[in-house]
Design a protein around this ligand. Structure first.
Ligand code: ATP
Length: 567
């Protein structure tokens, strides 16, 4: 059988022959022009096995008007056709061989593909385990597409994302400069909300197992933080999808675990905390502050926590929160978030068999965008907001730097934002950060800053997160521990008195034993005495019975035989 390789070679040969044929035609042309028609005719007679329906290979030959030309053309055309036939049949064989090869290789390829997928999953699992052990903050980078405005202004992209290298991002600010940044995952402009959420799933699921979770989006204004976290109704973001997943898991585990959910939505605006679910928060200007709870977590007393039981209920709450959020327009983003928005989901669970209870939080944070004041052309109220935003983001930068260099003092309290996120940044929590970037050449300075910041965040190691126990459960455990401690003390006391009693008992037993011995001795003495007496008595009775009776048994003197007299 003809192998695929042979077929390719033969077809290549056939194609190679075509110029030679054309050359032959040119030669024939020259021969006819030079009066060599006869020689050509005889050549054709000998070899001209021509077909009538030949295809003229070259339009150049059409112009030849000698009497021998048609015959030459027919011959060459027939030769060309036969070569083409040969070529086609070889191609057919070649294609058959290729298909056969593909058929034979398909199972091997599928097997290898499966193996590769399994290996990838295993590598990812091990990597995730390593991250958990080190307590690293996971960092995902997301680059939005160039906007139509940027395209119309002729901006080019300074970012390259290779889908096969899912952890690498190439930053190319100029033709000569190229820098590779590594993250836990890189999403390019083509990646959709679903792909982004799929990678965030393991972190989201942890909250259902009793771990605190924090997902936050950081980046320059207009890079898609709100798009990633909130999304749009037709293309929802992490917040909605995460809650949908929590309800799904709750349903799936309903036979063994009972879950309940609550949601709070707040914003940090100009260094003030505003409750976005409190309809009267504007009027009453409720002052919200951060307090440390007994178990060391940061709490905001007075914050509304709305119970939620359906995904529709969640959407309503998220919409209400988004409506109340402070947004404004800057020259960079028409609907720019002017505050840090934080959604806190509280998950309480009770195991129906073991009775184990846990209470954990999931923070979903959409930070306000970092911005260059000159570039965003802000003034008045907007300028004031921008200054507060930049101040709190720089406080976040200070906290990250202190954590990365393992400083003893971490300046969490320098801003409301870092204070609120204290346990999310400093450990005891599974944290995921989205660094959002713009691909535009006009934003390369800010993009580089964001990428450097995110790399520092990724380097933080704060040890493994720990499971959270419900505070009510904690209280119960504390009470039980106190009771146990009290009972242990009582037990110790009882033990002491028991030992005393045992000692007393032992000494009494000694006394008792001595007394028993004495009794036995006395009894023995009695018996000996009795024997002696009865001996003496019997011998005396034999000699002087009446005397003896009156001496030993005076009561028997004057006893008569008659029962009437003796009574
Ligand atoms: N991955 C994406 N795909 C398509 N459009 C996107 C993407 N990311 C962002 N956008 C669009 O870019 C614009 C700006 O996004 P968004 O408002 O989310 O930015 P931001 O970072 O939250 O800005 P700010 O900090 O000013 O609030 C929006 O119109 C949004 O729809």
């Amino acid at each position: 059988p003809v192998s695929g390789e042979d077929a390719v070679l033969a077809s290549e040969e056939a194609v190679e022959e075509q110029p030679a044929l054309e050359e032959g035609v040119v030669e024939a042309e020259a021969a006819v022009a030079g009066g060599e028609g006869e020689a050509l005719r005889s050549f054709l007679e000998e070899f001209g096995d021509q077909a009538d329906d030949c295809i003229i290979p070259s339009p150049r030959l059409k112009g030849i008007a000698t009497p021998d030309c048609p015959a030459a053309l027919q011959f060459l055309g027939a030769r060309y056709n036969s070569l083409m036939e040969k070529h086609n049949s070889l191609m057919e064989k070649y294609e058959q061989q290729v298909a056969k090869c593909a058929e034979e290789c398909a199972p091997r390829f599928d097997g290898l593909k499966n193996k590769y997928t399994v290996e990838c999953a295993e590598r990812r699992r091990l990597y995730n385990e390593l991250i958990e052990l080190r307590g690293n903050i996971r960092v995902f980078c997301r680059c939005r597409p160039l906007s139509s405005d940027e395209i119309s202004r002729g901006c080019s992209s300074v970012v390259e994302v290779d889908p096969s290298q899912e952890m690498d991002l190439q930053f190319i600010p100029t033709e000569k400069e190229r820098k590779t940044f590594k993250f836990d995952h890189v999403f390019g402009p083509a990646d959709d909300q679903e792909a982004v959420f799929a990678e965030s799933l393991p972190v989201v699921r942890s909250v259902m197992d009793g771990f605190n979770v924090c997902i936050f989006a950081y980046g320059q204004t207009g890079t898609g933080k709100t798009f990633t976290m909130e999304g749009v109704p037709e293309n929802r973001g992490v917040n909605y999808r995460a809650l949908e997943e929590l309800f799904r898991i709750s349903e799936e585990r309903s036979s063994s675990i009972s879950y309940s959910f609550g949601v709070s939505i707040l914003e940090v605006y100009n260094e003030k905390i505003r409750d976005l679910l409190d309809d009267n928060s504007e009027q009453t200007s409720k002052r919200l502050d951060i307090k440390q709870s007994a178990d060391g977590a940061q709490e905001v007393p007075g914050l509304v926590e709305a119970p939620i039981s359906t995904i529709d209920g969640v959407w309503e709450k998220l919409k209400a929160g988004a409506r109340n959020r402070s947004v404004g327009s800057t020259s960079v983003n028409e609907l720019s978030s002017r505050s840090h928005s934080l959604v806190r989901v509280t998950v309480t669970s009770e195991h129906l068999v073991t009775g184990e209870r846990s209470r954990s939080h999931m923070w979903l944070v959409d930070l306000a965008g970092s911005e260059r004041l000159a570039k965003t052309e802000v003034e008045g109220e907007r300028l004031k907001e921008a200054k507060f935003i930049n101040k709190s983001l720089s406080a976040l930068g200070d906290v990250i730097a202190a954590l990365a260099s393992k400083n003893a003092h971490i300046p969490y309290r320098n801003s409301k934002l870092t204070h609120l996120l204290q346990s999310s940044l400093g450990g005891d929590c599974k944290t995921l950060m989205f660094v959002q970037i713009s691909p535009s050449s006009t934003d390369s300075g800010e993009t580089l800053c964001s990428l450097n910041f995110a790399s520092r965040v990724r380097a933080i190691e704060h040890g493994p997160a720990r499971k959270q126990v419900d505070p009510a459960e904690n209280f119960k455990i504390k009470q039980m521990a106190e009771k146990l401690c009290h009972e242990e003390k009582e037990n110790a006391k009882l033990n002491e008195s028991l030992q005393l009693m045992q000692l007393k008992y032992a000494s009494r037993e000694n006394v008792f034993r001595t007394l028993q011995d004495k009794i036995r001795e006395t009894e023995q003495a009695c018996r000996t005495h009795q024997q002696r007496v009865s001996k003496r008595f019997s011998s005396a009775c034999l000699s002087k019975p009446a005397e003896l009776i009156s001496m030993y048994f005076p009561m028997l003197v004057c006893v008569y035989d008659s029962s009437i007299c003796t009574g």
